[in-house]
Design a protein around this ligand. Sequence first.
Ligand SMILES: CC(C)(COP(=O)(O)OP(=O)(O)OC[C@H]1O[C@@H](n2cnc3c(N)ncnc32)[C@H](O)[C@@H]1OP(=O)(O)O)[C@@H](O)C(=O)NCCC(=O)NCCS
Length: 334
Amino acid sequence: MPDSPIPRGSSTAPLRPRAEEVRSRLLGSALRSPHDFIREVSVEADWRFWVESQTASRPESIDLSVVWEGPGGPLVAFASMLPWDSEFFGIRTARLDALVHLDSPGYAIRQDLVPAIRDITDHVAKFGVEYFFAVVDARDAAVCRSLAECGFGLIESRLTHFRHLGDFAPPERASVKIATEQDVATLQAAAVRMSNSYDRFHADPRLPLDLVDRLMSRWVTASVLEGFADATVIPAEGPADAFCTVKYHRDRWAPMGIRISQTVFGAVSTERRGWYRKLISEIHCMFRDAGVECAYLVTQPSNRAVIRTWERLGFQFGRNELVFRKWLGQDTRR
Ligand SMILES: CC(C)(COP(=O)(O)OP(=O)(O)OC[C@H]1O[C@@H](n2cnc3c(N)ncnc32)[C@H](O)[C@@H]1OP(=O)(O)O)[C@@H](O)C(=O)NCCC(=O)NCCS
């Protein structure tokens, strides 16, 4: 599609000086709630929590959020540098968290956001960003379409399933434990060997696979040793070649008005086939016993084994998100 010129009169300015005003305008308008697939979640509370965390003060070196004024605006783009990812890959990486109309921040369908996305991408490129990605709720159709029209490629599709735990009863019991430092080497090997080809890292031909493998290994290490996860659950007996990491998200319980937790990252070696269901069952017993009311997990629609397991355990579809990314730096592949 030919590039349409950036409309005259559009401007992109850092959010920071207007953070207070933006916060009160967003909180005073229509709502959207990232967790509204759970009916019991208070949409107001979830929206407030989201807006407050997006507009909270953060170091200038990572804050890329801007207010865009132009036809169809004003819009706010919440975006930030990701220092951890940037350092790991040696690629300056930033994430667009949302593009929201200041006065009507509900999901847009027919709006043309191309001029805004072009300006915002130019803005982040000035900060040296080489890899710019966005995780977008599928209901935000205008953002999805406009990102694609601006050259962002679809790199991953994500499904979230959820379950209330009040009536959760495991089909069978298995003996599990929490991984410790001595399990790390085995966990690293399992995370690398049993990779998920459809996540945005494995699926991106411009990311070297050996580095992506190292990322999986690094994540599981950080989950056990550096608090990336609240716990890494493994079989109680034998090698730690099957695992799932969990996050309780206790900081969200009070503001969201519901005790909600998540299983984050997992892999099961072929020698342990069938253990995914056991780990997921035990984790949800653990959650239930800790007072968690509702749990959710995320995968790709391609991961049939995972979805089959969740459905057997009574989880149901909650949300679809799409991940888009654009390389802004030079392509150095040979
Ligand atoms: C996905 C993974 C965790 C599953 O581990 P597992 O416990 O050995 O899973 P299984 O092979 O027993 O499959 C689980 C269920 O899905 C079913 N299944 C497997 N492949 C399937 C397919 N292609 N289509 C439909 N169902 C499938 C199995 O029959 C089984 O169902 P059952 O319990 O009713 O018999 C493991 O393959 C893995 O580590 N993959 C790579 C990493 C990954 O994808 N992690 C999850 C990220 S969310």
